[in-house]
Design a binder for this molecule. Structure first.
Ligand SMILES: Nc1nc2c(ncn2[C@@H]2O[C@H](COP(=O)(O)OP(=O)(O)OP(=O)(O)O)[C@@H](O)[C@H]2O)c(=O)[nH]1
Length: 190
């Protein structure tokens, strides 16, 4: 049984937000920013939350913010930067564009911890979601090697580690919806 004191929460908020056209973490849903939704889902499960972003505006959330070690290299580099600075073996990593996310879904990742898995990720509607996932700190080494080789694909990097998928049913899948476009935001708002 793992103690929640051994888990760091990490929220990635870099990238271009090119499909949305505006920084996704500051978008509002149900009276709260997308970033705050990720923070609130993590809070009961972890003792510490880190925001991985080069944008100083995120300091408004009063959390530790770290910058990408390798710039413009996408979420793989963001996770690498977070793991490098993490002091805990287990790290719950979220993106900032999943405003429906809940602690109940994240608890499933924690409940699935076993001796072998290095990464435990959500699988929703047949799609694996490495940005709703638990990473062991030791993945840092594999990720750095891949980044140094020029690799940028997060799912490829995840598959180089020992990974377990937690398959959600259709009702649960709703809570993992990615909001990448203004149309997707409109869909959940109506
Ligand atoms: N720290 C960090 N986070 C990133 C980086 N690129 C993407 N992210 C985050 O990873 C998550 C998924 O990002 P995507 O939706 O794939 O990419 P995006 O750049 O946000 O958006 P698009 O330009 O529309 O693809 C979001 O939470 C982003 O904030 C990066 O280079 N560094």
């Amino acid at each position: 049984m793992i103690d929640k004191k051994n888990i760091t929460g990490m929220i990635l908020s870099g990238g271009k937000s090119s499909r949305m056209g505006t920084d996704k973490g500051f978008l509002s849903f149900n009276g709260k920013s997308f970033m705050q939704h990720s923070i609130d889902a993590l809070n009961p499960l972890v003792t510490d939350i880190i925001i991985v972003s080069n944008n100083k505006d995120y300091d408004v959330f009063g959390l530790k913010r770290i910058e990408d070690d390798i710039e413009n290299a996408g979420p793989l580099a963001g996770i690498y930067s977070g793991l490098k600075q993490s002091k805990t073996d287990y790290n719950l990593v979220l993106s900032c564009d999943i405003p429906l996310i809940s602690s109940t879904i994240l608890q499933k990742l924690i409940d699935a911890i076993d001796e072998d898995s290095e990464i435990i990720q959500i699988e929703s509607h047949g799609k694996t979601m490495p940005l709703i996932a638990l990473y062991k700190k030791q993945c840092e080494r594999t990720f750095l090697k891949l980044l140094n080789e020029g690799e940028r694909r997060l799912q490829y990097a995840v598959n180089q580690c020992l990974v377990k998928n937690i398959i959600l049913n259709d009702n649960e899948a709703y809570f993992t919806k990615n909001i990448n476009t203004p149309e997707a935001l409109k869909d959940i708002t109506i």
